[in-house]
Design a protein around this ligand. Structure first.
Ligand code: F6R
Length: 366
């Protein structure tokens, strides 16, 4: 059942190249220069006339929503707000029939997300679902949607659901960018071609596993851990921290790298591992100076870098390489070593990685 892996989580981490291909199937038609998504095609006017997109979700799905905010704003030039479903539903939000609400949920059963959908529908918004479980409550409650097609996710800690959610949302944003005319034909084609390379690049990112295991062994007894990223990789930092805390029970926090000097830098000493996402394109020079600040306070630096990196490699205590891709697509790659790191640390600490204490796979009560 676990396909030869020790845990479902590891199996599901390794399934990601295949899962992303399944998400693409029938949608990403690079040779025809097309992205086909019936839920968007049939409701194109709603998206094109939207004042803004409101994304609601919880947990890891909320992190996918944050990545989508960067993607939709940067590529499709549509204004996006990302909300915790539990906060959104109780604060009397301003919603009109000009709003499009996107609900993201692996299980499709999360109580707060479902309630946020009902509220938005009452106020006349068009509601679109990004779910993994086919026929789930959220899939049924939404006006239209796109499934992630990741296949069943058994491990409580979400892995392949996260990367396939980002994949669906990227396809949506690109399709809208094209329809809106903010993307030239050639830029659109470049994206389609690059998207096609992602499953193989995820496969390459997975090759870091033995190295990640060695790094895990060095830091498995830490009591705290900080994750930093900027831009597209800020939500990846949040997700990395969530993954570590939920399965290894180590206290971890994710921060936008530049926020460090507004408080968290006070925590840094020789006991503090800091995981920094420092890929070549995402404000690289600024991240380098953040790394220097950590180093001068004796923090331990584990950096996720682009293949062939030199500058960060010289500064960091450990580097994990991921293949190069467009900046907007880097979260699909930088997430991989962070999933593996949490996994190995949790296993080394003797934790039940597939069923961490106090957590349930779907949260059907608020
Ligand atoms: C984290 C995790 C949770 C879920 C959250 C939302 O690994 O699994 O944070 O992401 O409970 O669940 P869904 O996506 O099913 O709505």
């Amino acid at each position: 059942e676990k396909g030869g892996y020790d845990h479902f989580m590891l199996k599901e981490i390794y399934e990601q190249p295949r899962a992303i291909k399944d998400t693409y199937r029938g949608r990403l038609l690079a040779d025809q220069g097309l992205i086909k998504m019936s839920g968007i095609d049939q409701n194109l006017e709603k998206f094109l006339n939207a004042n803004r997109i409101i994304i609601v979700a919880c947990g890891t799905s909320w992190h996918a929503g944050l990545v989508a905010e960067y993607i939709f704003e940067d590529l499709a030039r549509i204004s996006v707000e990302v909300e915790y479903a539990s906060e959104f539903r109780y604060r009397n939000p301003v919603i009109t029939d000009k709003d499009v609400l996107i609900a993201i949920s692996q299980s499709g059963e999360t109580a707060d997300t479902l309630a946020a959908i009902k509220l938005a529908k009452e106020k006349g918004a068009f509601v679109f679902g990004v779910c993994n479980v086919v026929g789930s409550s959220i899939a049924r409650e939404t006006d239209a949607g796109a499934y992630t097609h990741a296949g069943p996710e058994i491990g409580v800690a979400s892995t392949k659901a996260f990367t396939t959610q980002i994949t669906v949302l990227t396809l949506m944003a690109l399709k809208l960018a094209k329809e809106k005319g903010v993307f030239s034909e050639s830029r659109f084609h470049e994206y389609l071609t690059e998207l096609e390379t992602i499953p193989a690049k995820v496969e390459k990112a997975l090759l870091a596993n033995p190295l990640v295991e060695i790094i895990a062994d060095v830091y498995k007894d830490s009591t705290n851990c900080l994750y930093l990223g900027r831009g597209y990789n800020f939500p990846v930092a949040l997700e990395g921290a969530l993954k570590l805390k939920e399965i290894s029970y180590i206290h971890a926090e994710g921060y936008p790298a530049a926020e460090m000097k507004h408080g968290p830098i006070a925590l840094i000493d020789e006991q503090m591992p800091v995981i920094v996402i420092a890929t070549k394109k995402g404000h690289y020079e600024k991240v380098v100076s953040n790394i220097q600040e950590i180093k001068s306070r004796k923090g331990k630096i584990i950096a996720i870098v682009t293949q062939g990196d030199e500058q960060v490699t010289e500064l960091a205590d450990h580097v994990i390489e991921v293949p190069e891709t467009f900046e907007s697509l880097t979260p699909l790659l930088t997430t991989i070593p962070l999933q593996l790191l949490s996994y190995h640390i949790a296993v080394m600490r003797g934790c039940n990685v597939d069923q961490p204490r106090n957590l349930a796979k779907s949260v059907t009560v608020e």
